[in-house]
Design a protein around this ligand. Structure first.
Ligand code: NAD
Ligand code: TYD
Length: 337
């Protein structure tokens, strides 16, 4: 048996990763360590094979708790745990720096003590900043790290923490940088699930600025397969860009959702732009395709349709997370906009 320590495995991508690994790797056992913040949800793990999955509630910044939970000599740490929403980081960056930076250092220290074979840091294309929208530029592994939001800055800092641990202490580490994920169980603060939920309830769809910002969307299962490929076949010390060559204007994503639900475009409401709003993300995934033998499997059309269907068929999940705390968040973020 192989043992993996996964942090943030009750969140959107972490829970998809845990399920994919347990499904595809019969010799895998996972210790899933998650603080269950507002974004962590045990309902995301309801259908997990429990014999090979152990859930431990804990904070990655809590050194003693991490040391107690991380198995001695485990095969890998996959670090998904993070504060992940740009808009929240604009309101307050404290928790982003604490979890994303300090937490990564604590995990690295524990991994060294426990003799972990490989450290996999799940990062984001946002560390590379913004591309101009009138060019054919793409993010590559040689792009500079020039983050623009407090979230992206904290993820870039985490990458440097991992890099320093490798250079200084010889920690075996790979980094993945993925574009915008979509799929089931994404918290409805992010664009796609927020728009699906609002459209379903005939509420306004708040589009920031001119709606012409570009994001490079990938189905969550394809991202998870890319992370696994980087763990298995990635070269120590390298970063891999994970992307599906699927650039979309925000306004086109929003109208596709309205059309799929048979709702009128008059629900669209242009609102004040996000400060420091990155214009365009676009990933060149050539290195992951050639060196890792990875490629995305789910088309945008199929992925978006099945994601919308999942939200329509799981109204209990949606209603549970759109609770009192969510209503407060929504009023604060969108009330005066
Ligand atoms: P998410 O917000 O849905 O989940 C984050 C999880 O981390 C939650 O379960 C939460 O409880 C947990 N967590 C937060 N703080 C913690 C702490 N201090 N200790 C332990 N657990 C803690 O995020 P996601 O969208 O699933 O993203 C997962 C990872 O992937 C993040 O590192 C994010 O930066 C990265 N990423 C996300 C995207 C995307 O489009 N969502 C794209 C590229 C990379
Ligand atoms: P988001 O899902 O927050 O991801 P990120 O900022 O990490 O790319 O936002 C995706 C895009 O959608 C981004 O350009 C901001 C925009 N957006 C809106 O126009 N309205 C919204 O209510 C949200 C949440 C995002």
């Amino acid at each position: 048996m192989k043992t993996y320590f996964v942090t943030g495995g009750a969140g959107f991508i972490g829970s998809a990763f845990v399920k994919q690994v347990l499904d595809r790797k019969p010799d895998a056992t996972i210790v899933n360590y998650d603080a269950l913040t507002y974004a962590g949800n045990l309902a995301n793990l309801e259908d997990v094979d429990s014999d090979r999955h152990q859930f431990i509630r804990g904070d990655i910044c809590d050194r003693a708790a991490v040391m107690a939970a991380m198995p001695e000599g485990c095969d890998a740490v996959f670090n998904f745990a993070a504060e992940s929403h740009v808009d929240r980081s604009i309101e307050s960056a404290d928790e982003f720096l604490r979890t994303n930076v300090i937490g990564t250092q604590v995990l690295i220290d524990a991994a060294r003590t426990k003799g972990v074979r490989r450290f996999v840091q799940v990062s984001t294309d946002e560390v590379m900043g913004s591309l101009a929208d009138d060019t054919n530029d793409y993010f590559t592994e040689d792009s500079l790290l020039q983050p623009n939001s407090p979230y992206a800055a904290s993820k870039a800092a985490a990458e440097f923490v991992v890099r320093a641990a490798r250079e200084t202490h010889g920690v075996d580490a790979v980094i993945t940088r993925c574009g915008n994920n979509y799929g089931p169980r994404q918290f409805p603060e992010k664009l796609i699930p927020l728009m699906i939920a609002n459209a379903f309830n005939d509420e306004p769809l708040p589009v920031y600025g001119d709606g012409r910002n570009v994001r490079d969307w990938i189905y969550v299962g394809d991202h998870c397969a890319g992370i696994w490929a980087a763990f298995e076949r990635g070269i120590d010390g390298k970063a891999y860009n994970i992307g599906a060559r699927n650039e979309q204007f925000n306004i086109d994503v929003v109208t596709s959702i309205l059309d799929a639900l048979g709702k009128p475009h008059s629900l669209i409401k242009y609102v004040t732009d996000r400060p420091g709003h990155d214009r365009r993300y676009a990933i060149d995934p050539t290195l992951a395709e050639t060196e890792l033998g990875w490629k995305p499997m789910v088309t945008w059309e199929d992925g978006l349709r099945s994601t919308i269907d999942w939200y329509l068929n799981n109204s209990d999940w949606v209603n549970n997370v759109r609770n009192g705390e969510y209503q407060e968040y929504y009023a604060k973020m969108y009330g005066g906009r």
